[in-house]
Ligand binder design. Structure first.
Ligand SMILES: [Zn+2]
Length: 300
């Protein structure tokens, strides 16, 4: 047996340690992608909430507890996105490094909602808007936090994490420069959009878009008939042309609204999750570019 292992090591020419990657769990697909970009070959990242899945209403299973228990690093968004994480963390007795990606970000407050939400379902409602990743400028803070967490858990990789984080940061900056230029070319009066849940306020703030939504910042909240009727009037009055469904949330209300307001749905935005690898948004960079292009097409 020992002979066999020694032979394998000789063949690969690598010390056994180089084969052991740092096990990382990310709460949802967008963070998992960012962590892979920064961690490269030194990390093995799994995402709890998968592509096209809704991180607000996720229900962890016993296999998720095992994943977290085996991880050395846990990457979460924070700002109330993962109301289910506290219990999962406890069940897994996680003792590794926790990275809160949004830590230190200047967060937006969630707008007052004009409808009731059922408060008896045991999830947390943050008063802050968690969808920070739709602002690539604030995402620079995510990159810094994730790379600092990886370095803490795996100091030997420091130089590589720093180099990869700097490369990735430059790509995210270029993406923002491109988007800013594109949006600036659209007259301000046309920069109005409507989505299912209120996931794009950071995008709106960054590029001066007026963003309306049927639901609040969580997909858990239910829209009221009164709220929907009000939105129909607003969409008609302001002649909103850009109306989008989302990849991970229920589209029925939006379809109903688009019918009542007589506006066409301008496509699908990737709000809180990546697409499958074969889809148009398999990475954060691709997701952001795809969303911007989809919105611009509707504005024009
Ligand atoms: Zn959301």
């Amino acid at each position: 047996m020992m002979k066999k292992i020694a032979a394998v090591l000789l063949l690969t020419g690598l010390p056994a340690l180089a084969l052991a990657k740092v096990p990382v769990v990310a709460s949802f697909s967008i963070l998992a992608d960012m962590t892979r970009e920064i961690g490269g070959d030194r990390v093995e990242v799994v995402s709890l909430v998968g592509p096209d899945q809704d991180a607000h209403v996720f229900q962890p299973t016993p296999s998720d507890v095992k994943k977290v228990a085996a991880a050395k690093v846990l990457v979460v968004n924070g700002l109330g996105l993962e109301g289910w994480m506290g219990r999962l963390n406890k069940a897994a007795s996680f003792k590794g490094v926790t990275v809160e990606a949004a830590r230190g970000v200047k967060a937006r407050e969630a707008p007052e909602e004009e409808h009731d939400h059922g408060h008896d379902h045991g999830h947390d409602h943050g008063a802050l808007d968690p969808h920070v990743w739709h602002d690539p400028v604030r995402v620079q803070t995510y990159i810094g936090n994730i790379s600092a967490g990886l370095i803490k858990a795996d100091p030997a990789g420091k130089a590589e994490y720093q180099r990869r984080a700097a490369d990735y940061s430059a790509k995210v900056k270029a993406l923002n420069d491109w988007a800013a230029k594109q949006f600036a070319a659209v007259p301000a009066a046309k920069r109005k959009m409507l989505t299912s849940h209120d996931a794009f306020a950071y995008l709106g703030e960054r590029y001066q878009l007026k963003v309306m939504a049927i639901q609040g910042v969580s997909t858990e909240a239910e829209a009221s008939a009164k709220g929907v009727a009000q939105l129909v009037r607003q969409v008609k009055k302001e002649q909103v042309k850009a109306v989008f469904v989302e990849n991970m949330s229920d589209k029925r209300l939006l379809e109903q609204l688009s019918k009542e307001a007589k506006v066409q749905i301008g496509g699908k935005l990737y709000a809180d999750a990546l697409s499958a690898p074969s889809g148009p948004a398999p990475s954060y960079l691709a997701l952001f570019r795809y969303n911007v292009e989809t919105i611009l097409k509707s504005f024009r």
